[in-house]
Design a protein around this ligand. Structure first.
Ligand code: HXC
Length: 262
C-alpha cells in the first residue's frame, strides 16, 4: 500500500498477523487532513479484508498521536465545505465499519479529532506521556467526530463537560482512572505492549472475536434488553463453529487451542 500521510506494516509471525498503521505527518503533529483520513480509511479497509490479518493497531509519533483535525485546512471552510461536502462523515467513519479489533496506541497529544479517532478504536493503550483533550471550543467550534458522545460514555458527564467546555487536557493517569484508556505503560514499552495485545487476539478464533466486538458495541446503542438479546443470539451462533469445538476440547484436554478460523 503506497501512502503519503500514513505508514503501513504487517507485524507478527503467527498464523494471523497485525496490521500496523502509523499516522505520519510529524511536522504538523499528525494533524488529520482529508488526504490522511482517505488513506487511513483505505488502509483500514484493506487490512479488514485481508484474511491473514487478525487485528489492527493505529499509532502516531512519540510527540503526538494526532493534535486534531487540520486547523489550517479548516480555517477557511464554509457551510458548503462542511455540511455541503459532508465533512467528517465522508471519510472519518470508515473505522466504524471495521469488523476486526482496532487498538489505539497513544503517546503524546491526542487532541480534538485525534482524541475522537482514538475513541473510535476499540480500546486505547496509552503511554505515560499521553494527553487527551477536546480543545475545539477554543477555536469557536465543538467536537465533530463523536467527541461529545463518546467522551461522556467513556468518562462520565462531569469530566466530559469539564474537558469539552474548558479544553482542559487529561493526562494518562487520569485517563486510566476515568476509564478512557485500558492501560498505561511507560513510553518505551507502548508499541511492545500494544503489539503483544494484538498478537494475543490474533491467536483466537476470528469469528468469536468479531462477534465479541460487535456485541460490546451494542452496549452503546439501544436498550439493555436489546443488547442482551443480541449478545445471546451471537453466543448461540458460535456453537456452529469448529473453533468453538476446538477451544473447548483444548481446554478439557489441557492443551493450547489451534483455531482454524472456521
Ligand atoms: C494544523 C497543527 C495542529 C492542528 C499542531 N499543528 N496542531 N496544524 N492543525 N490541529 C502544527 C502547528 O501549527 C505547528 O506548525 C506544528 O504543528 C507544531 O505545533 P506547535 O504548536 O508548535 O507545538 P507545541 O508548541 O508543542 O504545541 C502542541 C499543541 C499545539 C499543544 C498540540 O500544537 C496545539 O494546541 N495544537 C492544536 C490542538 C487543537 O486545537 N486541536 C483541535 C483541532 S479542531 P508550524 O508550521 O508552526 O511548525 C478538531 C476538530 C475535530 O480537531 C472535528 C472532527 C474532524
Amino acid at each position: 500500500m503506497g501512502f503519503e500521510n500514513i505508514l503501513t506494516e504487517v507485524r507478527g509471525t503467527g498464523a494471523r498477523q497485525t496490521g500496523l498503521i502509523t499516522l505520519n505527518r510529524p511536522k504538523q503533529l499528525n494533524a488529520l487532513n482529508d488526504a490522511l483520513m482517505d488513506e487511513l480509511g483505505a488502509a483500514l479497509k484493506a487490512f479488514d479484508a485481508d484474511a491473514a490479518i487478525g487485528c489492527i493497531v493505529i499509532t502516531g509519533s512519540e510527540k503526538a498521536f494526532a493534535a486534531g483535525a487540520d486547523i489550517a485546512a479548516m480555517a477557511k471552510f464554509s457551510l458548503t465545505d462542511t455540511y455541503g461536502a459532508d465533512f467528517i462523515t465522508r471519510n472519518w467513519e470508515t473505522i466504524r465499519s471495521v469488523r476486526k479489533p482496532v487498538i489505539a496506541a497513544v503517546a503524546g497529544f491526542a487532541l480534538g479529532g485525534g482524541c475522537e479517532l482514538a475513541m473510535m478504536c476499540d480500546f486505547i493503550i496509552a503511554a505515560d506521556t499521553a494527553k487527551f483533550g477536546q480543545p475545539e471550543i477554543k477555536l469557536g467550534i465543538i467536537p465533530g467526530a463523536g467527541g461529545t458522545q463518546r467522551l461522556p460514555r467513556a468518562v462520565g458527564k462531569a469530566k466530559a463537560m469539564d474537558m469539552v467546555l474548558t479544553s482542559r487536557m487529561m493526562d494518562a493517569a487520569e485517563a486510566e482512572r476515568a476509564g478512557l484508556v485500558s492501560r498505561v505503560v511507560p513510553l518505551a514499552e507502548l508499541m511492545g505492549v500494544a503489539l503483544a495485545a494484538a498478537d494475543s487476539i490474533n491467536e483466537l478464533s476470528g469469528i468469536s472475536v468479531m462477534m465479541a466486538k460487535e456485541s460490546v458495541n451494542r452496549a452503546f446503542e439501544g436498550t439493555l434488553a436489546d443488547g442482551i438479546m443480541f449478545e445471546r443470539r451471537l453466543f448461540h451462533t458460535l456453537f456452529a463453529t469448529e473453533d468453538q469445538k476446538e477451544g473447548m476440547d483444548a481446554f478439557l484436554n489441557k492443551r493450547k487451542a489451534a483455531f482454524k478460523q472456521r
